[in-house]
Design a binder for this molecule. Structure first.
Ligand code: GH3
Ligand code: MG
Ligand code: MG
Ligand code: MG
Length: 337
């Protein structure tokens, strides 16, 4: 013998108690061209706890939907100039009416007409003369669906908000990943990807591009005599000077340790040496205050320029490095192309 009761209970475990009928009223829009009917029914719906607006034809109902956004629409079919079916069609074709629950009041409509009404978007119908008990029950049924839609919309908003927050977090993370924490200027990671990008642009438009590799001279002695914090201060100070001496279009990055890289787009050899010299002189002249430095802060700069873009951007850095090495071995505080 099959124990149906037990089987059903197993197949449909109770999640929670069946929801109590929702008692709080709805914002209803009641549309009918018969003023007597409108007054009577509206009074009854209000006594049942709903808030009711009334209209006497489809056109003014449309206006009302736009302005007051009712939660549920009860509309008569036969009205002039715009009837209930036309009202329904228009509402369903607009965003504001897509989710509105619509109950049609019918009187002598045929089966085919009722089918047409459903196909044009009504959710339910109640025959005239209206049985209030039935209408209220159908409103409650509509409310269940309206509540579901409300929950869905809330979920959608939550997802949109979460996505926006994620995008902001990603932007922040991206900035952090590309910024040097000490000096606040772009870091090596940014420098390399930007150089790659600028290199391709320079190649496409046949424009010259230069890089400057800058290395502070005898920087280790700052750390050794004044400590690491003083060394950090010098790095911040130097980065600021580099940025102020470079042009707005130059990209000044911290390449690592006490080494910096400047990407000078659309800049030929002569112009890039001028930029380098401006930076070098500013650093030499503008010493950090409040530090009893063992010697003046100076910088050595290796410059490389590409016009034909025959090699890759990494070659450009290599040439600038070689030039820097020459500066270091022939005395420092100078620029070499
Ligand atoms: P040279 O003129 O040949 O470049 O000599 P140098 O002393 O500048 O070069 P070296 O490569 O010997 O020393 C670089 C020093 O930079 C060593 C390292 O401790 C220090 N350094 C690297 N990064 C930082 C940093 O973030 N903060 C501080 N304070 N020091 C750093
Ligand atoms: Mg009518
Ligand atoms: Mg170095
Ligand atoms: Mg150095």
């Amino acid at each position: 013998l099959i124990d149906i009761k037990t089987d059903v209970r197993k197949a449909f475990p109770k999640v929670k108690a069946v929801q109590e009928p929702v008692l709080q009223g709805l914002d209803l829009l009641l549309v009918d061209d018969d003023p007597l009917m409108l007054t009577r029914l509206s009074k009854q719906l209000v006594s049942a706890g709903h808030r009711v607006e009334t209209c006497r034809d489809g056109a003014s109902a449309l206006k009302q939907v736009l302005e007051h956004k009712p939660q549920l629409l009860i509309t008569d079919w036969r009205m002039k100039p715009m009837d209930g079916l036309a009202l329904c069609k228009i509402l369903r074709s607009s965003e504001i009416g897509t989710n509105l629950y619509i109950i049609m009041l019918t009187s002598a409509e045929t089966e085919d007409e009722l089918v047409e009404a459903f196909d044009n978007g009504i959710d339910d119908y109640v025959t005239k003369p209206v049985n209030l008990k039935i209408l209220l029950a159908r409103i409650r049924a509509g409310q269940r669906i309206a509540n579901m839609q409300l929950a869905l919309e809330k979920d959608k908003e939550d997802i949109q908000r979460a996505n926006a927050e994620l995008a902001t977090a990603n932007r922040r993370l991206n900035i952090m990943a590309n910024t040097d924490i000490l000096t606040g200027i772009p870091n090596r990671r940014y420098a390399l990807s930007r150089l790659n990008q600028e290199w391709e642009t320079a190649k496409r438009y046949k424009r010259p591009i230069s890089v400057l590799v800058l290395d502070l001279d005898y920087f280790k002695t700052v750390n050794d005599t004044l400590g690491h914090d003083a060394g950090d201060e010098v790095l911040v100070h130097s980065a600021k000077l580099m940025k102020s001496a470079a042009r707005a279009s130059d990209i000044v990055c911290r390449f690592g340790g006490e080494e910096f890289l400047v990407i000078a787009t659309n800049t030929d050899a002569n112009a890039s040496v001028l930029v380098a010299e401006r930076i070098r002189k500013l650093i030499q002249t503008c010493q950090p205050k409040n530090l009893a430095l063992p010697r003046r802060i100076t910088v050595s700069i290796g410059v490389a320029c590409s016009v034909g873009h025959k090699t890759g951007w990494n070659e450009l850095i290599k040439f600038a490095d070689q030039a820097l090495y020459q500066v270091k071995s022939s005395g420092r505080n100078a620029t070499q192309l």
